[in-house]
Write a protein of this length. Structure first.
Length: 286
């Protein structure tokens, strides 16, 4: 656990992950699941460099491992990345390597293919083609006009292609967990609409999806789609708010209205007001 924390967060030592304050501090992490045999609790202090103290250890393994998608797409760095990561000291966090391992998995076959096609179709329509993985380890976008190197594809579409590849291999098909950091990054609003629908389709297939976003557009699109086409999905919204001395409070509820002030909404409204003031001033001058 200590090695994984260091590989993901890249601190100089575990103590750097403890909240900074005068005197000795301690970080305690506790996870409780509906199955008690998966519960985990461990801690480390400001004097710890590379070890943790375990209080509760799981006695079983999760049947399906989680998938993490970073803000950057990974298809263009995939060729040789896994082997290079294993043999060279790189400053990329280890979640990149974990996801790249899944990207290189073979395509899923059998009874699951019908479900895969159902999820892939809207993504391929948005990208204008399908994903190809050649023997050299490079990804291409197959278009009607021919194959295009993934490096030449817009980054927003590459992120869609990453999701498409994980669906095609079956990694995002069976029950599991998807953590997606800022799905909207480097995407235009039209593609974000496709991403929102894809997120809900993945959730509907039985995968628990966690997203972190600063996009009011994505939040609203998810709300619209859920109220209209995905009413059966049980969802929760969480708002993180900075408190005194670096503390963080969490507000949660069924909708965006339950999580307190949303910075993206506040800034959007303030910008609209400034825009209207400029327009009114300009109209008065003319």
């Amino acid at each position: 656990m200590a090695r994984k924390l260091q590989a993901v967060f890249r601190p100089d030592g575990l103590w750097r992950l403890v909240r900074r304050k005068v005197g000795r501090g301690k970080c305690i992490l506790s996870y409780e699941f509906d199955r008690s045999d998966l519960d985990l609790k461990f801690s480390f202090s400001t004097v710890a460099r590379n070890e943790v103290s375990v209080q509760t250890l799981p006695t079983a393994r999760m049947e399906k491992l989680p998938i993490f998608l970073p803000t950057r797409e990974l298809l263009t760095i995939y060729p040789g990345f896994v082997s290079l990561y294993a043999t060279t000291h790189l400053e990329f966090d280890e979640t990149w390597r974990d996801t790249c391992l899944l990207l290189g998995a073979p395509l899923a076959r059998g009874p699951r293919e019908a479900r895969i096609k159902e999820l892939l179709t809207p993504l391929e329509d948005a990208m204008g083609g399908s994903i190809e993985f050649d023997q050299s380890g490079r990804f291409y976008l197959n278009l009607d006009s021919g194959s295009m190197e993934m490096h030449l594809v817009a980054e927003g579409l590459r992120k869609l292609a990453t999701v498409a590849r994980l669906i095609a291999t079956g990694s995002l098909l069976d029950k599991g967990y998807l953590f997606w950091d800022e799905p909207e990054a480097n995407m235009n609003p039209k593609v974000v609409k496709t991403v929102a629908r894809t997120i809900l389709q993945i959730a509907q297939s039985g995968i628990q999806v966690f997203i972190a976003t600063h996009s009011l557009f994505l939040l609203r699109e998810l709300h619209i789609l859920q109220q209209r086409d995905f009413k059966s999905i049980d969802s929760r919204c969480f708002g993180l708010h900075l408190g005194p001395e670096g503390s963080v409070s969490v507000q949660q509820g069924k909708t965006m209205d339950d999580v307190g002030n949303i910075a993206a909404l506040d800034e959007d409204l303030q910008q609209s007001n400034r825009y209207m003031e400029i327009e009114e001033t300009q109209a008065a001058i003319n």
